[in-house]
Design a protein around this ligand. Sequence first.
Ligand code: QUE
Length: 339
Amino acid sequence: MSEATEASLVASREGAAGAIQMNRPKALNALNQDMIRGFAAAIRDWRHDPTVKLVLLEGAGGRAFCAGGDVRAVRASAVAGDRAAVEAFFSEEYAVNAGIADFGKPWVSLIDGVCMGGGIGVSVHGTHRIVTNHAMFAMPETAIALFPDVGTTFVLPRLPGALGMWLALTGERLNGADALHAGLATHFTTREALPALRAALIAGDMGATLQLCGPAPEASFAPQRAAIDRCFGAGSIPAIIAALEAEDTDWAREQLGILHHASPTSLFVTHELLTRGAKRDLAGCLAMELALTRVVVNDHPDFREGVRAVLVDKDHKPQWQPASIAAIDKAAIRAMFKA
Ligand code: QUE
């Protein structure tokens, strides 16, 4: 028999666990449509299977948990005018996010390496997000003119203070300890403890699993904590910019540099989404996000330009339209929410 082609998502039974491995290591396990369908099938098959006590989710290759969605493929669909393909990708991805939230059994993600965007979506709605000292979390979508999605418009406004708004607008990277202190992760361990932790999960022993977790170092953002709330809680994009300018610190100047590099449209859309998300349940947030993808991905020039600049040509010199925060027409942003 010939060797089977490596599946991009490997779902298998291991003891008491349903084990899912995201397996596109060269693409940092970024989620493509096949992988999303694999998640949907595993959720469907294991939800009511009493022999599956928990789900264990991990990334292959040692470098990444999951870098996000396969936004290169989504861009290609948008450029080709294939709205149905764009709709299929996001609607099925967000259904998986909702399915994880109401799975009803432990959904345990072992996060060792990169975890961005869609990777946060397949972990944060689960019951346990165990991070190592090598984890790297980010919601970097404003850099490619997308917005925080996969249910993070529900999660981010519920983080302490203005941490969620800060992470959503700047795409700031968090290490494992930071993610724990911010509330994106639930437990901290070391890379060295992962084999024993995995064995405990396969034995179905959550108690033994969590005993392999321990205290995390202090958050790297702790010194900035008050300034984050003061600036990113200011209430609007122009007010956030003004607050950062008033700080007159190296940290604030760095934040301003990041915001002025991001898609201006994305910043306003993201601020509005998180503000609305604070008052909605997860299903309402996912529906709001899906409606926005139709406009942002298919109809607005910035998304295809952002993916081009960051992931296709990698020149990191996107030409945004409009090009500056000052040039944004608030009515045009409001219209995107009504489309
Ligand atoms: C913003 C994003 C993504 C990103 C970079 C951003 C994203 C994503 C990837 C990514 C990274 C490496 C890969 C890959 C995809 O990068 O969603 O296939 O090999 O998936 O600034 O939203």
